[in-house]
Ligand binder design. Structure first.
Ligand SMILES: Nc1ncnc2c1ncn2[C@@H]1O[C@H](COP(=O)(O)OP(=O)(O)OP(=O)(O)O)[C@@H](O)[C@H]1O
Length: 379
């Protein structure tokens, strides 16, 4: 991986209490040390109030650290004057949940705004705006006012405006949180193009693990101002360590049957029910099929979900295994040799599923589980 373009070292932001002589100070960011590498899409995830926005606002010096340091593209922001911060900010674009467009300007006028501020001559501005609108896919909307645009189109304008002055870094603060799932997917695909085709480092703040799943290379999980987990997105999904991370992962991967779903599966499927992990390294569905065939066991998929994490296959399949006892035991051993297996037993001899407890969000009531979730009655 390349050199860091953003480095936090013990970065801390303490806000004084809001009420005079009253409320206690808030440690919004508390001793964060991490690097964002040039050219990556880096996710910052956490629940409301975890400190994500403040951390990201330290990058473009909308906030200044009260302790520790923040270095952006080789410049230590600590103690810099407004005049010295200006060129650093110019190298950073930002997009927002509520788009923050100027309603009195057309789409082209919004995108041209940072170019006017930066003193670009009219002809070059016009050319650049056209190029940007084409890049984000709304070349035909140049003369339209923001009020006539859909949410997805508004965010495209936001992205075009943020890219206008060729920043090296794009900060996306909950950029898809106000959008429906389909539009979210389109905007995320555009952010991926921004990263790949323009080589821009993207820092994405989100409270949705699905956003991390679909575009982030690495992710930091925040709680109470601290980074509680940090790593490669794929690794974090496949082996989450911190309870907060586990809750986020469970919210994005609904691939394992909950106890309530399992009880219903057992009513319909008397055979041995097992959940096998499927990923790129272990337990591809071809491997699973091969093991079952080798042992003369029938395997019917009764539940599951395989999705992509950081563009790599990941998930699990729950199968009903049917065959003579010895053959099923052999198949189970064969599956264990190639991947992680949870043996749920049979309807007559059910086993507890420890992973169902581990992966379940703490406040999720198993009795309210949605039975339609990807559940397949395949018989
Ligand atoms: N200007 C401020 N003055 C005082 N406290 C603040 C200020 N900005 C943020 N905070 C507090 O700092 C903490 C972290 O806020 P921050 O907005 O960074 O969290 P977040 O993870 O981005 O949450 P959200 O998703 O709700 O924006 C919160 O307790 C918040 O109330």
């Amino acid at each position: 991986m390349t050199a860091p373009i953003i480095s936090f070292r013990g970065a801390t932001k303490v806000f004084p209490g809001r009420r005079r002589g009253g409320a206690r100070e808030v440690r919004a960011v508390d001793g964060v040390t991490l690097d964002v590498h040039a050219g990556e899409i880096f996710g910052v995830i956490g629940y409301s109030g975890a400190g994500k926005s403040t951390l990201v606002r330290l990058i473009n010096a909308l906030e200044t650290a009260t302790a520790g340091s923040v270095v952006v593209d080789g410049t230590d922001l600590t103690g810099l004057s407004e005049a010295r911060l200006r060129p650093v900010r110019a190298g950073i674009g930002m997009i927002f949940q509520q788009f923050n467009l100027l309603s009195s300007r057309t789409v082209a006028g919004n995108v041209a705004y940072p170019l006017e501020v930066a003193g670009w001559p009219r002809e070059r501005r016009r050319e650049r705006v056209r190029e940007l609108l084409d890049f984000v896919g709304i070349g035909d909307k140049a003369d339209v006012y923001p009020s006539a645009l859909s949410g997805g189109q508004k965010q495209r304008v936001g992205i075009a405006r943020a890219l206008a002055t060729n920043p090296k870094i794009l900060l996306a603060d909950e950029a898809t949180s106000a959008l429906d799932p389909e539009t979210t997917a389109d905007v995320l695909a555009l952010l991926r193009r921004v990263n790949r085709e323009l080589g821009i480092t993207v820092v994405v703040i989100t409270h949705e693990m699905d956003v991390v799943r679909s575009i982030c290379h690495r992710v930091a999980v925040m709680e109470h101002g601290k980074v509680v987990e940090l790593g490669d997105a794929y690794q974090v999904f496949s082996a989450p360590r911190h309870p907060v991370t586990r809750r986020f992962v469970a919210s994005a991967l609904k691939d394992r049957p909950s106890p309530a779903v399992l009880a219903r599966l057992r009513e319909r499927h008397p055979g041995r029910i097992v959940t096998v992990r499927v990923d790129e390294v272990s337990g591809s569905s071809a491997q699973v099929t091969h093991v079952l065939r080798e042992h003369g066991v029938d395997g019917t998929i009764v539940y599951g979900g395989i999705t992509e994490v950081a563009e790599r296959a990941f998930g699990s399949l729950t199968l009903e295994l049917v065959g003579p006892d010895g053959a099923v035991a052999g198949a189970l051993a064969g599956l264990r040799a190639v991947t992680d297996v949870v043996d749920h037993g049979t309807a007559a001899d059910p086993h507890d599923d420890p992973s169902a407890v581990v992966h379940r969000p703490a406040n999720d009531d198993p009795t309210t589980d949605d039975p339609t979730n990807d559940e397949r009655s395949s018989r």
